[in-house]
Write a protein that binds this ligand. Structure first.
Ligand SMILES: Nc1nc2c(ncn2[C@@H]2O[C@H](COP(=O)(O)OP(=O)(O)OP(=O)(O)O)[C@@H](O)[C@H]2O)c(=O)[nH]1
Ligand SMILES: [Mg+2]
Length: 640
């Protein structure tokens, strides 16, 4: 197996002997080239003429092909047998049935980028087992699907080959609108066992031979001449390649023979094969759809769309086949132009600021552009069919415009309401900010008031504390003074007592002295002496003095007692006064504390009430903001 390449049968013989398209197989094979430009090189022609064999060689060349370096180039000079991706064998029994293609593409780099290349093998034609319908179907499908059709012939081109190709000239006649553009891409006559020594081999030889063969001349019938003329018009290039006969190890094979090793296929044969493959590779070009490369996906649509008509139980009819090809191409062109129009319009509408009538003018311009592009592409098909598609394009574009303009109007309305909403939102934001400021101010004010209250309370507390201190000091002072007064009183009491005692002692002494004198006098009662008389006189004086002093002492004692009593009275009065004053000061102090406490309580209640009021205001504001239309919309959006 060459690098795991295999083949898939895309046209299968059904049970009722008709061909069926293997859509799944075709899709699976093309999936690998879904987005690449696709090129299919197909080979068709007589049965048993080495078609599958040469395709296998070509596959090996594509996979392993390197320039010739010596006698044996690398791709065919190996001991490896030829891998049969396309089934082939010797003998005379027909081998390939239906149509086969590679199960995956070979990615080839061309000047225009990567192209996904598939090789296609077909069932041998012109044999007694194959009906005209089958031959036509195989040939038609191979031609439709290939950008390079290799027409495999043995030894030379014959009139019946050209006749066969006439199917396509007929088809092309119906689709060509008189331009120089060819309907099909390339045709290569691959002439096997080319045996005209005067021409040699290869593409040049084939070209010279073709010049001769495809020259209109008198010795050819009118039909042949017309076929030749048409062939040149239908295919954009017509070439021929003369291949030498390979070694008999290739030509004279029996069915059961072992696989061929290309080393023994013959040097001239292999060198020309390499030239052929080089020519084919250099001329790889993707299938074309309305002048653009056709992708794997488009090819799949194309085959499905045209295959239905082609694979009916009738011999393919050039008219209906050409119509289905032309309709497919025109349909794709309409789709392409519609998509382009829609893209341009949508792109413009995305940034469009103008009015609806401006948009309509732009649409008219784009409609003309799209129709212009449609007209410019070379189209295959009858004039009336092309006009039908052109009108469809026009109507479809107008329909697209109607949808787009409705959308655009809605967009304008939406923008309008969006602007309105934005304005509302701006005002709401302003209000929100203002409310926010107000709340802030109130909060600040409240804080300030609370701080002032706190400061006042603090000051008042300080003042009270100072007063309390002063009061305590006065109390202390009063206590000290009272104590001092008490001490003083005690001293005076003591002094008074001492004086009393002294006075009593003095009085006792004076009495004793008096009594003593009295006794002395009494003793001298009868003594009239002068001394006695003196003594009695002194005694009388002393008695008088004693009585006087006694009286004085009593008066002093009385005075001292009165004085003391007065002092006691004063002290008590003072004590009472001080008590009253202290009581009143205490009461005063208590009153002030009570007032302070009441003021504190009041301030606390006021602050609490103010806070509650602010809370309520904030709550109301929040409620207002919550209920604001803009906010509501925002929430709705989040919910939706
Ligand atoms: N004379 C000749 N025989 C060849 C050539 N190339 C291959 N063969 C032989 O032709 C026989 C048929 O080869 P295939 O490749 O199966 O031919 P085919 O055209 O695919 O046959 P069908 O599929 O039956 O139509 C084999 O024995 C090949 O070896 C060639 O250039 N000249
Ligand atoms: Mg074959």
């Amino acid at each position: 197996m060459t690098d795991n390449y295999n083949t898939v049968q895309v046209l299968i013989k059904g049970p009722d002997d008709s061909f069926d398209l293997n859509k799944d197989g075709l899709k699976a094979a093309l999936k690998n080239a879904w987005e690449y430009p696709v090129c299919i090189i197909a080979i068709c022609g007589d049965k048993r003429k080495g078609k599958s064999f040469i395709l296998n060689m070509f596959l090996r060349y594509l996979i392993k092909g390197l320039p010739k370096t010596s006698l044996l180039s690398y791709w065919w000079g190996t001991k490896e047998d030829l891998h049969a991706a396309f089934e082939w064998r010797g003998g005379s029994r027909r081998n390939t049935e239906g149509i086969w293609i590679l199960d995956k593409p070979i990615l080839v780099d061309t000047l225009d980028g990567k192209v996904a290349l598939y090789l296609m093998d077909t069932q041998g034609m012109f044999d007694s087992q194959t009906s005209k319908r089958e031959c036509s179907q195989i040939f038609a499908l191979a031609t439709l699907m290939s950008s390079q059709l290799v027409f495999n012939l043995m030894k030379q081109i014959q009139a019946n080959d050209l006749e066969y190709l006439d199917f396509w000239t007929q088809t092309a006649k119906f689709v060509n609108t008189g331009s120089d553009e060819a309907f099909f891409q390339s045709l290569l006559f691959l002439i096997r066992d080319f045996s005209f020594p005067d021409y040699g081999f290869g593409i040049q030889a084939g070209e010279r031979y073709l010049q001769e063969e495809l020259k209109e001349s008198d010795d050819k019938t009118a039909t042949v001449n017309e076929n030749i003329r048409n062939l040149r018009n239908v295919f954009s290039s017509v070439n021929a390649f003369g291949m030498p006969t390979p070694h008999k190890s290739v030509t004279a094979r029996k069915e059961e023979d072992k696989p061929v090793n290309l080393q023994y296929a013959g040097k001239s044969f292999m060198q020309n094969a390499e030239d052929l493959f080089k020519h084919l590779k250099e001329n790889i070009s993707p299938l074309s759809l309305n002048g653009s490369p056709m992708s794997g996906e488009q090819l799949y649509d194309y085959v499905l769309s045209c295959g239905e008509n082609l694979l009916s139980d009738q011999v393919p009819d050039p008219v209906s086949l050409s119509e289905s090809v032309s309709k497919f191409q025109l349909g794709k062109l309409v789709e392409q132009e519609k998509a382009e129009y829609e893209r341009i319009m949508k792109e413009a509408m995305d940034t469009y600021e103008g009015t609806l009538s401006d948009l309509y003018k732009y649409h008219e311009l784009q409609l003309l552009e799209a129709l212009g592009r449609f007209d410019k592409v070379h189209k295959f098909g009858r004039e009336d069919v092309i006009m039908d598609y052109r009108n469809t394009l026009k109507l479809d574009i107008v329909e697209i415009y109607n949808v787009l303009s409705t959308y655009f109007t809605q967009k304008l309305e939406l923008k309008d309401s969006e602007n309105k909403r934005e304005e509302e939102a701006r005002i709401a934001k302003l209000r929100e900010d203002q409310l926010g400021d107000m709340v802030q101010r109130q909060e600040d004010q409240m804080k300030e008031t609370a701080a002032k209250h706190a400061r006042d309370a603090e000051e008042m507390k300080k003042r009270l504390e100072e007063q309390e201190k002063r009061f305590q000091e006065a109390e202390e002072q009063r206590k000290t003074e009272t104590e001092e007064a008490r001490k003083l009183l005690e001293d005076q009491q003591r002094l008074h007592k001492e004086a009393e005692i002294a006075r009593s002692m003095e009085a006792a002494e004076a009495k004793a002295r008096f009594e003593d004198q009295k006794q002395k006098i009494q003793k001298m009662e009868n003594d009239n002496s002068k001394q006695a008389q003196e003594a009695r006189k002194n005694f009388q004086q002393m008695e008088a003095r004693h009585r006087r002093e006694e009286q004085e002492r009593k008066a002093d004692a009385e005075k001292a007692r009165q004085n003391y009593e007065q002092q006691m009275k004063d002290y008590k009065t003072m004590q009472e006064k001080k008590e009253t004053e202290a009581k009143s000061a205490r009461e005063q102090q208590q009153k002030m504390w009570d007032q302070q406490k009441a003021a504190d309580d009041r301030r606390y209640e006021e602050a609490k009430a103010a806070q509650a009021r602010t809370e309520k205001q904030l709550q109301e504001m929040r409620q207002k903001l919550q209920n604001h239309p803009r906010r509501k919309r925002k929430d709705k959006c989040i919910i939706s």
